[in-house]
Design a protein around this ligand. Sequence first.
Ligand code: UDP
Length: 236
Amino acid sequence: MEKRDQLYEGKAKKVFATDDPEVVLVSYKDDATAFNGQKKGTILGKGAINNRVTNHLMRLLEHHGVPTHLVRELSERETLVRRVSIVPLEVIVRNVAAGSLSKRLGLAEGTPMQKTVLEFCYKDDALGDPMVNEYHIAAMRWATEAELDTICRYSLKVNQVLGDYLKDLNIQLIDFKLEFGRTADGTVILADEISPDTCRFWDTVTREKLDKDRFRRDLGGVEDAYQEIMKRLMGE
Ligand code: UDP
C-alpha cells in the first residue's frame, strides 16, 4: 500500500491517504498537548508506544467482538486503518472519579463509581469540547438513536474487556475516552486510539499514575510511565 498526500494533522497524529480509498495511514507523533492545547510538550517515544499499545488493545477488542478500524500495523509509529467519518463525539467511560468529574462533582480522586458512568462531549476545539447529552446529540443529528445505542453498547463492552485484561496486569482502568466512526456503508466501528494519552491507568498496588496525568500535572517520570504500560501489555 502506498503512502500518498497528508489529509490531516492533529495534536498527536497525522493521517495520510493511501492508494486504497477505503484505507488511510495514521502516523503517531511524540507531541503532547493538554488543557485544550494550552500546554504543549514532547514525550519521547510516545508515538511508537501509543501506536503499538492502541493496536494491541484494538486486536484484543476485535477478538471479543468489538469492530475496530484497525487494518495492519506498518512500522513503529505507522498503522493502516479503515477510512471512516468520525462521529463528532468523545465518549468518556468512568469507573472511578478523577479529572474533570472529580472537579465537577467535588469527589475525591479515586472514589469508585457505584455504576459505570458514560459521558459525551461534542468534538469542537473552539468550544472546548463541551459535555452534551443524548438530547443534544439527537437534536443536532450528531448520531442517530440507533447509532448512539451501538456506541453505548460498544463502549461498555470495551470497558469490560479492557478492565478485565488490565486487572491481571496490575493496572486499574480509571477512565478513558473513545471515538467512533462510520464506514462508507454506515457501519459504526471503534476508531482513534486507546493509549496512556486517552486512558487513566493506575497501578493497582501502589496507586501510581501510569498515564498522561504525569504530563498534565508535571509529576515527572512521564516517559517511564508510558514505557511501563507497554512493558506490562507487551512484555517489552
Ligand atoms: N480524555 C481524552 N481526551 C480529551 C479529554 C479526555 O483522551 O480531550 C480522556 C482522559 O485521558 C481521561 C478521560 O478521557 O482518561 C476523562 O478525562 P476528563 O474528562 O477527566 O478530562 P481531563 O481531566 O483529562 O481534562
